[in-house]
Design a protein around this ligand. Structure first.
Ligand code: APR
Ligand code: PHB
Length: 390
C-alpha cells in the first residue's frame, strides 16, 4: 500500500489529523491497534477549548458537539470551608469552555472518516516503523494473519503514551522529562443528574475530589486515592460515601447517587518528550506528552499539536514550504510546556500530598486565599483554563 502520510493511532489526535489532511487532498492511512468498539469504550475527560471546537468544525465533525456540548462560563473550587466560583467569562475576557465527552468526540471523528471513505485499519498488530531518517519511510503491521506494508512520505506517531512510535526513535535522540504523582484518580460515571451545572473542584484534607458531567443525565465524579488502591476495593457505596465526605455539606446533601456505569483508577503523570520529531516521524498528542487531568489540558494539548502539524503538512504539499515541518516541534512544545506548568500548578494547589507537612498545607491555603482575593491571579487561572492562543 502506498500513501503520503501514515498515521499511527486512532484516538482523537490521529483521527482529527487524518480528517484535516484528506479534506486538503492529502492521502493518508490510519492504523489503530484496537477495534473501534474498544476505542469507543474508553472514558476520558470532557472539557474542550474553543480552539479545539474550531478545529472540529474545520474538520467537518463539529455539528453534534455544537448542538449537544454545553458551554460553561465558570467552575467552582471548594476549599477550606468555602465554595468559590471562578468566573471564566469575566476573568478571561469573554472566554468559556465546552463540556463534551472525549468518547462522543471520537465517535464523531470516526463517523466523519466513514463519510469521507477514509482508510482506517483497525486491529493492526505488531506495527513497526522503518527508515524514518530517510525520505521514504514505511510502516509494517499484521492484519488478520497477513503481513502488510505502508510506504509513505511521513509517519505520524499519534499512538498515545504507550504506543510504538516514540519508542522507535533511536536511543539518545529524545530527552524525556517526567513527574509521577503519589496518587491516582478513581473515576465513576453514573446515569444520575449532575450535582452542579458547573464543575466543582474540591480541595479537602481527605484528598481531592471533582464533580463533573457529560449531560443533564450523566455525571462523572472523581476522588483522589492512594496508588496502592485497586478499583475492586471500591464498591459504589464506598465511593459515594467518600465523595460526600469531601464535598461541602450543602453540595453533599443534594448529591444523587446511583449505580456506576464505569469505574477506573488513573495514575497521574506529567511527561514531555523532546523534540517531537525524528526524521520523517512527527509525534502528536499523548505520544509526546501527558499532563495530570486537573487542568483539563490533555485533549486540548493534543488539539494544538494537530493544529500546527496539519498546517505544516498542508503548506508542504500545497507549496513545498518545509518551514512549518521544521518548526513543528519547537512551536508545539512552546504551548505544551505552558500546559504542563498550568496542570502541575492546579494539581499542586488542590491535592493532598502524602509528604506535605503543616507548612506546605498552610501554603496551599494561602495560595487559594490569594487566588480568590486577586483579580490578576484569577485572570491567570482563567486564561489558562479556557486555553492559551495557538
Ligand atoms: N499501533 C497502533 N495504534 C496504537 C498503538 C500501536 N502500537 N499503540 C497505541 N495505539 C492506539 C491506541 O489504541 C489509541 O486508540 O493509539 C491511540 C492513541 O489514542 P489516545 O491515547 O487517545 O491519544 P491521543 O489521540 O493523542 O489523544 C489525546 O487527550 O484527554 C487526553 O489522554 C487523553 O486520550 C487522550 C488524549
Ligand atoms: C471530566 O469530566 O472527566 C474531567 C473534567 C475536568 C477535569 C478532568 C476531568 O479537569
Amino acid at each position: 500500500m502506498r500513501t503520503k502520510v501514515c498515521i499511527i493511532g486512532g484516538g482523537p489526535s490521529g483521527l482529527l489529523l487524518s480528517q484535516l489532511l484528506q479534506l486538503n487532498g492529502i492521502d493518508n492511512v490510519l492504523l489503530e491497534k484496537h477495534s473501534r468498539e474498544h476505542v469507543l469504550a474508553r472514558i476520558r475527560a470532557g472539557v474542550l477549548e474553543h480552539g479545539f471546537a474550531r478545529l472540529m468544525d474545520e474538520a467537518q465533525c463539529g455539528e453534534r458537539m455544537q448542538r449537544e456540548g454545553q458551554v460553561h462560563h465558570g467552575f467552582f473550587i471548594a476549599h477550606d470551608g468555602r465554595l468559590d466560583r471562578v468566573d471564566l467569562h469575566k476573568y478571561s475576557g469573554g472566554g468559556s469552555v465546552i463540556v463534551y465527552g472525549q468518547t462522543e468526540l471520537t465517535r464523531d471523528l470516526y463517523e466523519a472518516r466513514d463519510r469521507m471513505g477514509g482508510i482506517v485499519i483497525h486491529e493492526a498488530s505488531d506495527v513497526q516503523l522503518h527508515d524514518l531518517a530517510g525520505d521514504r519511510p514505511s510502516v509494517t503491521f499484521r492484519k488478520s494473519g497477513a503481513d502488510e506494508r505502508v510506504e509513505c512520505e511521513f509517519v505520524i506517531g499519534a499512538d498515545g503514551f504507550h504506543g510504538v512510535s516514540r519508542k522507535s526513535i533511536p536511543a539518545g535522540v529524545l530527552r524525556e522529562y517526567e513527574k509521577v504523582y503519589p496518587f491516582g484518580w478513581l473515576g465513576v460515571l453514573s446515569r444520575t443528574p449532575p450535582v452542579s451545572p458547573e464543575l466543582i473542584y474540591v480541595k479537602h484534607e481527605r484528598g481531592f475530589a471533582l464533580c463533573s458531567l457529560r449531560s443533564p443525565t450523566l455525571s462523572r465524579y472523581y476522588i483522589q486515592v492512594p496508588l496502592s488502591d485497586r478499583v475492586e476495593d471500591w464498591s459504589d457505596d464506598a465511593f459515594w460515601d467518600e465523595l460526600k465526605r469531601r464535598l461541602p455539606p450543602e453540595v453533599a446533601a443534594r448529591l444523587i447517587t446511583g449505580a456506576s456505569i464505569e469505574k477506573s483508577i488513573a495514575p497521574l503523570r506529567s511527561f514531555v518528550a523532546e523534540p517531537m520529531q525524528y526524521g520523517r516521524l512527527f509525534l502528536a498528542g499523548d505520544a509526546a506528552h501527558i499532563v495530570p487531568p486537573t487542568g483539563a489540558r490533555g485533549l486540548n494539548s493534543a488539539a494544538s499539536d494537530i493544529y500546527y502539524l496539519s498546517r505544516a503538512l498542508i503548506a508542504y504539499y500545497k507549496t513545498g514550504d518545509e518551514s512549518g515541518l521544521r518548526g513543528y516541534s519547537e512551536r508545539a512544545l512552546s504551548r505544551i510546556w505552558k500546559a504542563q506548568r498550568f496542570s502541575w500548578w492546579m494539581t499542586k494547589l488542590l491535592h493532598r500530598f502524602p509528604d506535605n507537612g503543616d507548612y506546605d498545607q498552610r501554603l496551599q491555603q494561602a495560595e487559594l486565599a490569594y487566588l480568590f482575593s486577586s483579580e490578576r491571579a484569577l485572570g491567570s487561572l482563567a486564561e489558562n483554563y479556557v486555553g492559551l492562543p495557538y
